[in-house]
Design a protein around this ligand. Structure first.
Ligand code: PLP
Length: 387
């Protein structure tokens, strides 16, 4: 199909939820993509931080195809080797005790929020169900995670919302005001993604960790966007010196297949019991096989490579005309620009570079495996567009 045919069908039959860029990606290799018309693009978006080893990666494909040749789905009524191996790998990498698998970031967060309420209910009874999140946060599109998302613009028209959810500014003074004795959990993104690529202040996060521990308030780190090596460590919270009680992962976890994971640490490891939570597709064996391949390769050397690429990109970007600030952490990069961010993204696309935006910022989430040549090609386009 050519692009106009694809666009016509989408316009006629798709729920009108997406304001899409006017291309249909069809293939590629690494961080170089091709569209339905055969045009090529450098990819600084990775499908919103999902394709962390780019597209068409041989090792990942081999792991996925090997599993497809065995069995594509079993249901969680039965044990599953790909799941069991992945659970072990995730726990060994993070120090978590137990893992629940869903299919998306929203489901991982939904699982975390439900777990927080159950932890509190088991231990303290009713009246301690409040969840506190940060203003500017993004946690997903299900009603609970949408409620937890601290941005008014996402809430319009969807009320009434889940009760007992409140929002604080990212400082301890406001947090103390909002997080009272009825609070069971505080959920943060150490680096806010959709909220404008904002790395939280280290002193604030450290103080928040102490605050939570002293009150038995669970600390949940939503690492759906900032996890999976994106910031140069396996999870971003490692750079903040905190010990969360629950961590959620998704986006890059399976290298492009749908998977979400909710990781339970010491305090929360026994919260769920048989029948109290579940999923039909969660922990699909093909997704788990892809995730195992990706996480095995996200080792110390790979993380050093991410740190080096991050420094390279940031040094270049700071020197560009039209860039007011470079934000975020590692290869999760925000740019405050003279020009309007959406206009920048549109112009980059026309010149063969895919970038994202977030809350008025240009947002870059390149595949972690992007090559020097691909980075340089993308940077050249970006420099011309921004100037
Ligand atoms: C993308 C995102 C989500 C939602 O993930 P979905 O897979 O779209 O449900 C949740 N939290 C953060 C931080 C995200 O970036």
């Amino acid at each position: 199909m050519n692009f106009e045919e694809i666009r016509r069908l989408d316009a006629a039959y798709g729920a009108e939820t997406f304001a899409r860029f006017p291309i249909a990606l069809a293939g590629g290799k690494g961080a170089t993509l091709t569209d339905s018309e055969g045009r090529t693009y450098i990819d600084f978006g990775a499908g919103i931080g999902v394709n962390i080893f780019g597209v068409n990666d041989e090792e990942w494909k081999q792991a996925v195809v090997e599993q497809l040749n065995c069995i594509q789905h079993t249901s969680n009524l039965y044990y599953s080797e790909p799941q069991a191996k992945l659970m072990q790998l995730l726990c060994e990498r993070t120090g978590a005790r137990r893992v629940f698998f869903g299919n998306s970031g929203a489901e991982a967060n939904e699982c975390a929020l439900k777990a927080a309420r159950k932890y509190s209910s088991d231990r303290y009874g009713a009246g301690r169900a409040k969840i506190v999140t940060l203003k500017g946060s993004f946690h997903g599109r299900t009603l609970f995670t949408l409620t937890a998302t601290g941005q008014e613009e996402f809430h319009r028209d969807f009320g009434p919302f889940v009760p007992e959810v409140d929002y604080a500014e990212a400082n301890m003074q406001d947090m103390r005001r909002v997080a009272d004795e009825s609070t069971c959990a505080i959920m943060i993104e150490c680096v806010q993604g959709e909220g404008g690529v904002r790395a939280l202040d280290k002193n604030f996060v450290a103080a928040l960790g102490d605050f939570c521990r002293a009150r038995d308030i669970l600390l949940i780190c939503d690492e759906v966007q900032c996890g999976m090596g994106r910031t140069g460590t396996f999870c971003a919270y490692e750079q903040y010196g905190i010990s969360p009680d629950i961590v959620t992962l998704s986006k890059g976890i399976a290298g492009g297949l749908p998977l979400g994971a909710c990781l339970f640490f010491e305090k929360t490891e026994h919260v769920y019991t048989p029948g109290t939570h579940g999923s039909t597709f969660g922990g699909n064996p093909v997704s788990c096989a892809g995730a195992y391949s990706v996480i095995s390769r996200l080792n110390g050397d790979m993380l050093l490579e991410v740190q080096a690429k991050s420094e390279y990109l940031r040094a270049k970007l700071r020197g560009f005309d039209g860039v007011q600030a470079v934000t975020g952490l590692g290869m999760m990069i925000g740019l405050r620009t003279d020009k309007d961010a959406s206009a920048v993204a549109g112009e980059c696309l026309r010149r063969g570079l895919l970038v994202l935006t977030a809350h008025g910022y240009v947002r870059l989430l390149p595949p972690l495996s992007i090559t020097k040549r691909e980075m340089d090609e993308g940077l050249t386009i970006l420099r011309e567009v921004l100037a």
